[in-house]
Design a protein around this ligand. Structure first.
Ligand code: MN
Length: 495
């Protein structure tokens, strides 16, 4: 039995509440230099049909040879999904005709996949996690690509992708909303990227999802599902689920029935439309590929791969909370990308110092991430090394600059001062905070003398103090120690 959605996730129809049920099949391209059964390159781009061996072109009499690296990647991914690893699996032929499939069949795994049941813990929000069951993960070949835009009267085929290894990862129908679906793909993608089993590049098609959507009244059995094919954007996956659920609810509330079919999402029109009626497994006449022996390995092979796995997002998030005392939200954001998490830790520990981990998190996730993002980069991809963020945080901690000046210094590190350490920038540009009360006092006296009317107002209404603080900060070029300014003003205005 599948879990029931919380009342807050139900959608309101004209005749009552409905529950969305989603399961996904994700095709993730295996990170490997060569293809699943041939030595041809898997490199993206390149001239059409440049990376095609006789096997990938489906020439008669060629024998596929399994690529051990792809097997290792599938096992590593399976371990990351806390899944059953099947030490014996079988490659089958999935027979169908399409011009981008010269073999006339896809080599896939049907009854005996390399990876069985597992799970993904999905972070839907900082305070909500759900468990999505994994049904299986199997290895299979990708197909080629038809090119319809090269000639007015014919189509061409590019076989560069033909035979590239894919992991098809099938979830159980445990997802109950578009939001959960987006979070599931985000988490699965993060796990695969941490492991290095798939680069997760959705624009290049390295990770694409077929989304099965159905609706039902709460507590009723599963409804008839429709499969939305080939989604390669997390945002669009969310949209597609919402519009497809609405479409199905409309039909059911009008007394109709849902046809099980494959549909396409059109982001321009914000709708899904029928592509073909759903084919069943028997339409493909699966049978074990006679050219390939069953795939077998021993437990030592699995154990060696397990020993080599990196720390995965869930473990890292838990460690960031316990080791650095970070709030779950911060920890969750920082571990989203392995490179970001590594960058953050390097900032905390740079130079062997113990920094306030929360303050560092604020800078890495806040102003620094915003500047990196504006440059179209992740935090670990900019020219700024962790030691410089550490330096900036230290300057604030030592009282050399205020947080406000630190923002300016950081902006300079992305413009005129790309090659300088914050300490040098502050020194050279004279940005040190003024803590000399004499200098601050002079500025305070001047502002008070010039604004007698405001002084009267402030005495009646102490919140006016903020205006004075602003004036003094302005007069000192933002360099006055804000605490000292506040204290002096309070004393002099008698508020
Ligand atoms: Mn598939």
């Amino acid at each position: 039995m599948t879990a029931q959605a919380k009342p807050s996730k139900l959608i309101k129809g004209a005749t009552g509440d409905w529950e969305i049920v989603v399961g996904m099949e994700i095709h993730a391209q295996v990170t490997s230099k060569s293809k699943l059964f041939s030595g041809a390159s898997t490199e993206f781009g390149g001239e059409q049909n440049d990376h095609v061996s006789l096997i990938d072109a489906g020439m008669p009499g060629m024998l596929p040879v399994i690529n051990e690296e792809c097997v290792k990647q599938a096992v590593r991914a399976g371990l990351g999904l806390k899944a059953q690893i099947n030490r014996r699996s079988v490659f089958d032929r999935k027979n169908y005709f399409y011009p981008d499939l010269p073999q006339g069949y896809q080599i896939s795994q049907y009854k005996s996949p390399i990876v069985g049941e597992g799970e993904v813990i999905v972070d839907v929000s900082p305070t909500e996690q759900i468990r999505v069951g994994i049904e299986r993960l199997h290895l299979e070949q990708d197909a080629g690509k038809l090119l319809h835009d090269q000639s007015p009267d014919s189509s061409f085929v590019d076989l560069n992708r033909s035979g590239v290894a894919l992991m098809e990862i099938v979830s159980k129908p445990d997802i109950r909303s578009a939001e959960e679906a987006r979070a599931y793909v985000t988490k699965l993608r993060a796990i695969l990227r941490y492991i290095g089993a798939c680069d997760g590049n959705m624009e290049q098609g390295s990770l694409r999802a077929d989304v099965n959507v159905s609706v039902r009244r709460p507590g009723e059995p599963l409804g008839t599902r429709c499969e939305i094919k080939n989604m390669n954007s997390i945002r669009f996956i969310g949209h597609a689920i919402d519009v497809e659920a609405r479409r199905q609810i409309g039909i059911l509330e009008d007394g109709g029935t849902i046809d099980q079919e494959t549909r396409l999402y059109d982001p321009g029109r914000g709708e899904t439309r029928a592509m073909r009626s759903k084919e069943e497994a028997h339409d493909y006449r699966y049978f074990p590929d006679p050219d390939l022996l069953p795939l077998e390995f021993d437990q030592a092979f699995v154990d060696a791969l397990a020993a080599d796995l990196p720390e995965l997002p869930d473990a890292k998030r838990a460690r960031f909370i316990s080791e650095y005392g970070l709030p779950p939200y911060d920890a969750g954001v920082l571990v989203g990308e392995r490179e970001t998490a590594d960058f953050y830790e390097a900032c905390v520990r740079a130079g062997g110092k113990a920094r306030d981990a929360k303050v560092v998190a604020n800078w890495v996730m806040g102003d620094f991430a915003a500047l990196a993002n504006a440059a179209g980069l992740g935090v670990a991809e900019t020219h700024v090394p962790p030691s410089r963020i550490a330096s900036l945080v230290d300057l604030i901690g030592e009282g050399v600059i205020s947080g406000k000046i630190a923002k300016d210094v950081l902006a300079l590190m992305f413009s005129e001062e790309r090659d300088a350490d914050p300490r040098d920038i502050v020194e050279r540009r004279g940005l040190k905070q003024v803590t000399d009360t004499g200098a601050i006092e002079a500025a305070v006296d001047q502002i008070i003398a010039a604004n007698p009317d405001k002084v009267e107002q402030a005495k009646a209404k102490p919140t006016m103090l903020g205006w004075f603080v602003g004036q003094v900060m302005k007069a000192t070029g933002g360099k006055a120690n804000p605490q000292a300014v506040n204290e002096l003003l309070k004393a002099k205005l008698g508020v």
